[in-house]
Design a protein around this ligand. Structure first.
Ligand code: ADP
Ligand code: TRP
Length: 333
């Protein structure tokens, strides 16, 4: 039987952080064993913020090296750079004809970005979910491993896939489902600033590439408070965030230990943060070493990108030809 297909990507706008890792990349690594996987670097998407050519190039190289360092295996999964498979832009153009201004304007990611960059509310930002849908459905993906913040974009992809199928009366596209490896809800890794999610633009992230010294510094500076004053008190958001991070990187014994101390009002956040920092470092240090090594090997990186582009192009072209046929583009001469 054919393996189900998986597609996911990340924009090359900086170093990958713990949110990217636990929300997405760790699932990529696990899924490559049993699924037909396409993992890409969303460099076209990243143009919405107008990177310089130099930044774009170094960002792509960084994410490619980070994917590999995290354990994505180019022999098992197809790893490619989005712009190496421009067929996706053709499908994007077709899908745009059936994507409506109202629904695009209503997406929270568009509203957030429009608020963050009021001087650059471009059409690419508005139609971001359409390009993302094309990325997914051009390989007929069944599953998409992403973090909680991508839930709405994925919902749009489902909508566009269904709309196309309905319009052309054929189940061309499977309806892509969100995927979390453990069957739990999509994950949101909190930041270190006491509220919200960890994110590149939030300035609250721990990167896989950070050295242990930086990680200790960032964690020790994380927002906390003066400590609980009543037994079994509900945790305020900043404290809950530290515990949530601990649940992700530490052993359950460690979490239980600090929870007990918290509930008895004995907790010392300095100790908790020290432990949290060491547990994060244990996770990231080996990955960081591998990133450094891989970044030095341009020949290997080029080989991986080329191999991935070829495989992804073949799959994309197959769908695109089917789509063009359905739409009614016929060769007249
Ligand atoms: P950022 O928000 O830092 O720009 P991206 O939007 O590029 O990160 O996200 C890339 C992938 O990582 C997506 O699948 C996204 O859902 C996931 N991700 C990003 N931040 C988090 C987070 N804090 N928790 C869980 N997943 C996250
Ligand atoms: N929007 C995603 C993000 O910001 C990146 C992305 C682009 C993506 N195309 C995709 C993720 C297709 C999954 C599938 O993280």
């Amino acid at each position: 039987m054919n393996k189900p297909t998986v597609v996911s990507g990340i924009r090359p706008t900086g170093y990958l952080h713990l949110g990217n890792y636990f929300g997405a990349v760790r699932n990529f690594v696990r899924m490559q064993e049993n699924f037909n996987c396409f993992f890409f670097i969303a460099d076209i998407h990243s143009l919405t913020t107008h990177p310089t050519p130099g930044d774009l190039q170094s960002g792509v190289k960084q994410v490619l090296a980070e994917y590999l360092a995290c354990g994505i295996d180019p022999e098992k999964a197809t790893i490619f750079i989005q712009s190496d498979v421009p067929e996706v832009c053709e499908l994007y153009a077709f899908l745009n004809m059936n994507a409506y201004l109202g629904e695009l304007e209503r997406t929270t990611s568009f509203k957030d970005k429009a608020r963050l960059q009021p001087d650059n509310v471009n059409a690419g930002l508005l139609t971001y979910p359409v390009l993302m849908a094309s990325d997914i459905i051009i390989h007929k993906a069944n599953f998409v491993p992403v973090g909680k913040d991508q839930e709405q974009n994925l919902e749009m992809a489902r909508k566009f896939a269904k709309r196309f199928n309905r319009m052309y009366r054929k189940e061309v596209f499977p309806i892509p489902q969100p995927y979390t490896f453990d069957g739990k809800d999509m994950i949101k890794v909190p930041g270190l600033d006491g509220s919200g999610k960890m994110g590149k633009s939030e300035g609250n992230a721990i990167n896989l590439f950070d050295d242990p010294k930086d990680i200790r510094k960032k964690v020790m500076r994380a927002v906390s408070d003066s400590g609980p004053t009543e037994m079994n008190q509900k945790k305020p958001e900043a404290i809950q965030n530290l515990f949530s991070l601990m649940e992700i990187v530490s052993t359950s014994d460690t979490v239980t230990h600090f929870n007990d101390l918290y509930n008895k009002c004995y907790v010392r956040y300095g100790d908790l943060k020290k432990q949290l920092a060491e547990d994060i470092i244990a996770y990231t240090a080996p990955i960081r070493d591998r990133i450094i090594n891989i970044l030095e090997d341009d020949t290997y990186l080029a080989k991986v990108a080329k191999m991935g582009a070829e495989k992804a192009k073949e799959s994309a072209l197959e769908t695109l030809n089917e789509v063009k046929n359905l739409i009614g583009f016929k060769k007249l001469f």
